[in-house]
Ligand binder design. Structure first.
Ligand code: GLN
Length: 225
């Protein structure tokens, strides 16, 4: 995909059907992006082609977001845009939307199948763990990580990554749970024994936007340069 940005601010979308949209928009704007709230196909693709350089799929309720995506005929164009190379960051429900497989879907729930992981929803119970923590990130290409390579975020009815296929790599493991993965991009594999670079498709279980930690959003925008 050709980047829309021409040396100026990148244009970043936030899927805005349901869930925690405003916090992501604020974070991306804070990093200098033009933000488009994505509700229709025309928010993704205009008469002149792709409108977005990158997109965030926010948290919320993945089964509701999935239903709305299909109701609004937005799921297929979104999948095509990401498959075509548009970098994406999914948080929580957004990770579930990206997953190849949802192990315990709501009745009829589907996912976009863009990240080679199987996820388990509400892996920490209904509202049991809604806590802020530091999540150690094992990936190159994420600037501004805190002490020990950590990103601060909140877990809210969070999913876990139950298994990864060959197309994905673990980037966050926390207390015995895999909470972040990125597409294993052979072009960005890094050196042997070093962590993989963050791929164009990344999903995390936690919410850095609620903790005000911009490292993942900055890494997303770095793909547009
Ligand atoms: N439990 C939600 C789901 O299944 C995700 C929660 C979140 O996005 N904070 O979609």
């Amino acid at each position: 995909m050709t980047a829309v940005a021409s040396g100026s601010a990148p244009t970043a979308g936030v899927l805005a059907l349901q869930g925690g949209v405003a916090e992501h928009a604020r974070m991306l704007e804070g990093l200098g992006a033009e933000v488009v709230l994505v509700r229709r196909e025309r928010d993704l693709v205009g008469p002149e082609g792709a409108r977005l350089d990158a997109i965030v799929l926010p948290g919320g309720e993945s089964s509701t977001q999935d239903r709305l995506l299909r109701l609004l005929d937005l799921g297929e164009p979104l999948r095509a845009a990401i498959e075509g190379g548009m970098p994406v960051l999914g948080t929580c429900a957004g990770l579930i939307l990206l997953a190849r497989e949802v192990l315990d879907p709501a009745p009829g729930q589907r996912s976009l199948g863009l990240l080679d992981v199987a996820v388990r929803r509400n892996a920490f119970g209904a509202q049991l763990v809604s806590a802020e923590a530091e999540f150690a990130v094992e990936a190159a290409g994420v600037e501004g990580l805190g002490e020990g390579g950590a990103v601060r975020g909140a877990l809210i009815r969070a999913p876990e990554i139950a298994s990864l296929g060959p197309g994905a790599r673990t980037i966050v493991a926390h207390d015995g749970h895999v909470l972040g993965a990125t597409a294993a991009d052979p072009a960005a594999a890094g050196e042997p024994g070093r962590p993989a670079r963050l791929g164009r498709v990344t999903g995390i279980s936690f919410h850095p936007e609620l903790s005000g930690d911009p490292a993942f959003h900055r890494a997303l925008l770095a793909h547009t340069r």
